[in-house]
Ligand binder design. Sequence first.
Ligand SMILES: Cc1cc2nc3c(=O)[nH]c(=O)nc-3n(C[C@H](O)[C@H](O)[C@H](O)COP(=O)(O)O)c2cc1C
Length: 214
Amino acid sequence: MTRLLRVDASIRTTGSVSRAVADSAVEAWRAVHPDAEVLHRDLAASPLPAETWARALTASHAPEEGRTSEQRDALVLVATLASELLGADALVLASPLYNFGVSQHTKAWIDLLVADPRLGPGSTALQEKPALLVVAQGGGYREGTPRHGWDHSTGYLERILRDNFGMHLRTVVADLTLAGVNPAMAHLADAAEQSLSAAHEDATRHGRSLGIAA
Ligand SMILES: Cc1cc2nc3c(=O)[nH]c(=O)nc-3n(C[C@H](O)[C@H](O)[C@H](O)COP(=O)(O)O)c2cc1C
């Protein structure tokens, strides 16, 4: 069965821009694949335990019979996450910018994926698999803005998904999302609105074509 893996990292369940934009992509994908399945991994609602990564890595160097039950559990979680991605026909990852960097939930997910031997260095298992990265940012980091270069999340996620995993990646950014909240950004309200509506349009367009050969 055709399957989409949707991964969310926003710590907000209501009012989340990244979730709303990802909704647009998933809705468009569902319209094209009405009988398909959407597997949802919500990294914020069910965070991946921080200790799993080290346990999985040490386990992979230990003889099978000498592994602790925690190490075994860690390997099971690693294999589960990798199988979810490997078994999906396409990925939608919605990950906000936090503290100018990658959401810790998303980073934990990536570290665990890479710990699976099927997705480790040199793996081509995800080559050309379609993926959509949805980014929400409170501020603005576009070229020519004072904080251009301060977004250390989007480039990293693109590097991992596109260059490391070899996925066929599209990125949609909704920026200035704090314009309605932060009085110092009130003058950016129109730009924020435009960014949001463009993000929904782009997500819908990419959602429709996700997994369909061009
Ligand atoms: C703890 C925290 C840290 C944040 N750090 C940044 C930041 O460094 N830069 C930025 O532009 N926005 C930052 N934001 C704002 C979020 O990126 C913005 O609210 C975004 O819309 C969150 O995604 P969501 O709407 O899907 O929840 C931060 C928000 C939180 C809660």
